[in-house]
Write a protein that binds this ligand. Structure first.
Ligand code: PEP
Length: 251
């Protein structure tokens, strides 16, 4: 049984003071989620990770939005896995489309990060998804297949179990043009099939999230799809009322 997961991606938003306010306010929500066997999390900027970890409930998942695969060294501007671990940050989003677009984050690079995270007993949330042009050209499945195969290359069945995948059609991120539940289910089911080819039986344990203009009003429909195990939410995760709405609508 795959536990439902609701993860907010704050992108480059919120000062640490604002993140602290959210973290404190989220405490009762985490308790409510826990009693309904749902996992809740947020991915703040590096600057707010320690604050959110400190002021939120223990069961709140606090994820970084990126990490470097090397432990230390001459990588100006980067943050390493030990630096995250020092602050008890054990989850990391990898390969978000914004990082793939603006920061040259490739599936190969994500694979190195996946391996480094797994070696450190941490959990990657590996994002995949197609552009509008690829969607319109009917290339969605070919694109996600390549991203999944490259991202999970060399990862064993045992190691893959705890990994999380997020399917985020790029044309639906921050646009209000969310994919239909039929598309979300069809692609997530296909991703599970591709995962089976790469990591075998672990595919049935890996949680696959849908992301792209998820709101309190539409989240329930996505989470009713058999292969959608949760949501990665940008805009609608920023305000505590809306975050609460996301949770309450899937209880
Ligand atoms: C995201 O940033 O991963 C995302 C899905 O954003 P939004 O919910 O705003 O579309």
């Amino acid at each position: 049984m795959r536990k439902k997961l609701l993860l907010g991606n704050w992108k480059m938003n919120k000062l640490a003071s604002e993140a602290k306010e959210f973290a404190i306010a989220s405490k009762p929500l985490v308790a409510l989620a826990k009693s309904n066997k749902i996992e809740l999390g947020v991915a703040p900027t590096y600057m707010s990770l320690a604050t959110v970890r400190k002021y939120s409930a223990k069961a709140m998942i606090v994820a970084a939005q990126n990490v470097h695969f090397e432990e230390k060294g001459a990588f100006t501007g980067e943050v390493s896995i030990p630096m995250l671990k020092e602050f008890k940050i054990n989850w990391v989003i990898l390969g978000h489309s914004e990082r793939r677009t603006y920061d040259n984050e490739t599936s190969e690079k994500c694979n190195a990060k996946m391996k480094a995270l797994i070696a450190n007993d941490m959990i990657p949330v590996y994002c995949c998804g197609e552009t509008l042009a690829q969607f319109e050209a009917g290339e969605t499945k070919a694109v996600v297949k390549e991203q999944i195969e490259k991202g999970f290359e060399g990862i064993s069945e045992e190691q893959a179990k705890k990994c999380v995948v997020a399917y985020e059609p790029i044309w639906s991120i921050g646009t209000g043009k969310n994919a239909s539940t039929e598309i979300a289910q069809d692609v997530c089911k296909y991703i599970r099939k591709v995962l089976k080819g790469v990591v075998g039986k672990a595919a049935s344990k890996i949680r696959i999230l849908y992301g792209g203009s998820v709101k309190p009003e539409n989240i329930k429909a996505y989470l009713s799809c058999p292969d959608v195990d949760g949501a990665l939410v940008g805009g609608a995760s920023l305000k505590i009322d809306s975050y609460e709405g996301l949770l309450k609508n899937i209880l």
